[in-house]
Every structure is written in structure tokens, then in C-alpha cells.
Design a protein around this ligand. Structure first.
Ligand SMILES: O=C(CO)[C@@H](O)[C@H](O)COP(=O)(O)O
Ligand SMILES: [Fe+2]
Length: 214
């Protein structure tokens, strides 16, 4: 199990210390949530912060683009230092092209979907991706409650991966805490994103251990 703290909930006044502490605690990815105020009703951060984080750490930067027509920005996120670039299937009319654009940058290719979107929508492109992010809240904000009904999507992705000999990672994002993490682990998740639950601890090795099921 991998753990990906969502920087949305960190203390930005101490960003450098936060990143060092996340790394020392044994987390695997830095989850970087980009919001455009159009695809989701909130704004977050983008290139200048990403570039500075990239200059500071070798951790895998897992970029979650909650952005309308993300193909406009894929090259820029690759250049700014993302390692994984994940786009929403609902955010573009041309998901196949968007995924191909990510592949062409040499970065890892991620796809994601909102809680209200059926998982079957992803079938035509699952062979193209390195990571599938299952949203377990409606994107746009940290600190929301886990939507249990999304667990069946994790199970589906697991079975589909086995049946078709694919190798994407299954990542879960939204409302992940000590309780919901266990449901995700049981359903077959590989990576857990956690924001509010992770950063409420003083010692980040605790949520890392709990989320890894140790
Ligand atoms: O993408 C998003 C929200 O849109 C997430 O990555 C959140 O930032 C996770 O925060 P918690 O639900 O864990 O507090
Ligand atoms: Fe996210």
C-alpha cells in the first residue's frame, strides 16, 4: 500500500518543513490538487508552487488536475515537474487524446472520475493508463465525507486489471481516514490519498502506518 498526502491540507506557511516531514514519515507520493474554479467550484495552486516543490524533493509528484480541458496544460505540468498527471474523464470531450498527450511527455498517465460517473466509461481507455484514481468525494474540497458507494469501482478495477492483464495502480481520493482506509484496502486499492486525516497528526509516521494497514 502506498500513501499520498494531499498538500491541500498542509500548512503552507511551512511548506518546506511539511514536505521534509512527509518524506521522513515514509509517504510515497505527494498529491498535488489543481483546481480551476470551473471544473470544480474552488481554486487552488499550480505552476510556481509545483516548480518550487520539484526543486526541493525527489518524491513522486502525483498531480490531480481538476481542470476543464486539461489538455491545454499537460505539457506545462510535465515541464513544471509532475511525475504522474491525472485528468478527469468528465473534463474533456477528447479523453483519448488527453491521455496520449500525457504519454508523449514521458510522464505517468492517470485517469479519474467523479463519484456520479459510472466506472464503465473508462473501459475504452484503461489499457492506456498507469493509474486510475477513484474519487470518493465530489472533487473541489478537502475534509469531506467518504462516499461508500464508490468502493464497488475499486473492486471492478481490480477484477478488470486481472482479467485483461493490465498493470495500472488503483488510487483512492477523498475522505480517507483510519476507518475508510480499511474498506479501500479490502476492496483492492494500491494508493491512498489523504488530506485532512493525514495533516491533523503531529507525527506523520502515524497516518502513514495506519493507512498502510501496518
Ligand atoms: O482531490 C481532492 C479534493 O478535490 C483531494 O485530494 C482532497 O484534498 C483530499 O482531502 P481529504 O478528503 O482527504 O481531506
Ligand atoms: Fe486529489
Amino acid at each position: 500500500m502506498k500513501v499520498a498526502p494531499s498538500l491541500l491540507s498542509c500548512n503552507f506557511m511551512k511548506l518546506e518543513d511539511e514536505i521534509n516531514a512527509i518524506e521522513d514519515a515514509g509517504a510515497d507520493y505527494l498529491h498535488f490538487d489543481v483546481m480551476d474554479g470551473m471544473f470544480v467550484p474552488n481554486l487552488s495552486f499550480a505552476f510556481p508552487i509545483l516548480q518550487q516543490i520539484r526543486a526541493h524533493t525527489n518524491m513522486t509528484i502525483d498531480t490531480h488536475l481538476m481542470v476543464q480541458k486539461p489538455e491545454r496544460y499537460i505539457q506545462s505540468f510535465a515541464d513544471a515537474g509532475s511525475d504522474i498527471i491525472t485528468v478527469h474523464v468528465e473534463a474533456t470531450e477528447h479523453i483519448h487524446r488527453a491521455l496520449q498527450l500525457i504519454r508523449d511527455t514521458g510522464k505517468k498517465v492517470g485517469i479519474t472520475l467523479n463519484p456520479g460517473t459510472p466506472i464503465e466509461v473508462l473501459i475504452p481507455v484503461l489499457h492506456m493508463v498507469d493509474l486510475v484514481l477513484v474519487m470518493t468525494v465530489n472533487p473541489g474540497f478537502g475534509g469531506q465525507s467518504f462516499i461508500q458507494e464508490c468502493l464497488s469501482k475499486i473492486e471492478f478495477l481490480n477484477e478488470y486489471r486481472d482479467e485483461h492483464q493490465l498493470s495500472y495502480e488503483i488510487e483512492v481520493d477523498g475522505g480517507v481516514n483510519n476507518v475508510s482506509a480499511q474498506y479501500c484496502i479490502d476492496s483492492g486499492a494500491d494508493v491512498l490519498v489523504a488530506g485532512s486525516y493525514f495533516f491533523k497528526h503531529d507525527d506523520y509516521s502515524i497516518p502513514v502506518r495506519v493507512l498502510k494497514g501496518e
